[in-house]
Design a protein around this ligand. Structure first.
Ligand code: AMP
Ligand code: ZN
Ligand code: FE
Ligand code: FE
Length: 283
């Protein structure tokens, strides 16, 4: 009875379709799965259908980028209604911002002497994907401009690199309120990857987000050490925050992250997840 509550599909920057993802999860013995694509719920309905057919529990989800100051913070909405009107209106606006940002990244890359077009990016992306930097990285690799994804991010696409364009994002308050409006619980994704300001600690950041309505944190995460996990579990208990856990599976776009492997190389037992979260899953 294992769970993975953080996964990406071809609806954003994963490489498995929703059907392939759910089928792979089932084959691994995962009995509770959430699909949490970046700023879109386009993969959720298909995943839900397959999960139901395979008698798996399922949580519709989304991973929203929000202002982090400094940087970004990622917020997971779990147990949302994927057909919620205001949620979908907001996600459509974010997609339009992404489209404009992608054009700026093309312009910036061209100015840096890289001959790349939007068609080159579309050619390496699955149909209908919410396009982002991983697709740009794939296009740069395909054209031979760089050797691999790492070089693409180091030289061009990384947050501090030459072709980086900031993404218009929601404020954390708006993102949390939107998730609640859509019926879900809102969790801070992979807090270990946060950029903290000099005056901040994890505790002060968690408290600030909690004051905005944050329900919990992703205390179990594929890249955490046992010490990281213990620290986040301790803080969640101290602050009375819920916990969730997931791999952040992206398929071939993150080959070092296998599906369902959440805790220091191990799967996550459903029994470690809070009742309030489990209650939102479809049976
Ligand atoms: P975007 O939403 O378009 O800004 O793209 C963000 C995604 O790019 C993240 O979810 C990561 O999967 C990926 N990403 C960001 N930084 C790096 C990096 N340095 N190396 C590889 N992938 C990265
Ligand atoms: Zn991603
Ligand atoms: Fe993330
Ligand atoms: Fe993610």
């Amino acid at each position: 009875m294992t769970a993975d509550l953080h996964t990406h599909t071809t609806a954003s920057d994963g490489t498995l379709t929703p059907t392939e993802l759910v089928t792979a999860a089932h084959a691994l013995g995962i009995s509770l799965l959430a699909v949490t694509d970046h700023d879109t719920t386009a993969g959720v309905a298909e995943a839900q259908t397959v999960a139901t057919r395979l008698q798996m529990s399922f949580l519709p989800g989304v991973e929203l980028s929000a202002e982090g100051t400094p940087g970004k913070c990622h917020l997971l909405g779990l147990g949302i209604n994927p057909r919620h009107v205001r949620l979908n209106e907001t996600l459509s606006q974010l997609s339009e911002h992404r489209r404009q940002r992608n054009e700026k990244m093309i312009t910036r890359l061209n100015a840096l002497g890289v001959a790349i077009t939007m068609n080159d990016v579309l050619a390496v992306a699955p149909d209908g994907a919410n396009l982002g930097r991983p697709h740009f990285a794939a296009a740069l690799v395909a054209s031979g401009t760089v050797a691999d994804t790492r070089e693409a991010f180091t030289r061009f696409l990384g947050d501090d690199s030459a072709a980086y364009i900031t993404k218009e994002t929601l404020s954390p308050a708006d993102a949390i309120a939107l998730v609640h409006d859509a019926g879900g619980l809102c969790f801070l994704a992979h807090p270990g990857l946060l950029r903290l300001a000099a005056h901040e600690t994890y505790e002060t950041r968690f408290r600030a987000l909690q004051a905005l309505g944050l329900d919990g944190i992703e205390a179990y995460y594929s890249s955490y050490s046992p010490a990281d996990e213990a620290r986040f579990l301790r803080l969640a208990e101290k602050l009375n925050l819920l916990v969730t856990g997931g791999s952040d599976f992206h398929g071939a776009n993150k080959l070092h992250v296998p599906l369902g492997i959440v805790r220091d190389g191990q799967p996550l037992s459903r029994s470690l997840l809070p009742t309030r979260l489990l209650a939102l899953a479809t049976a």
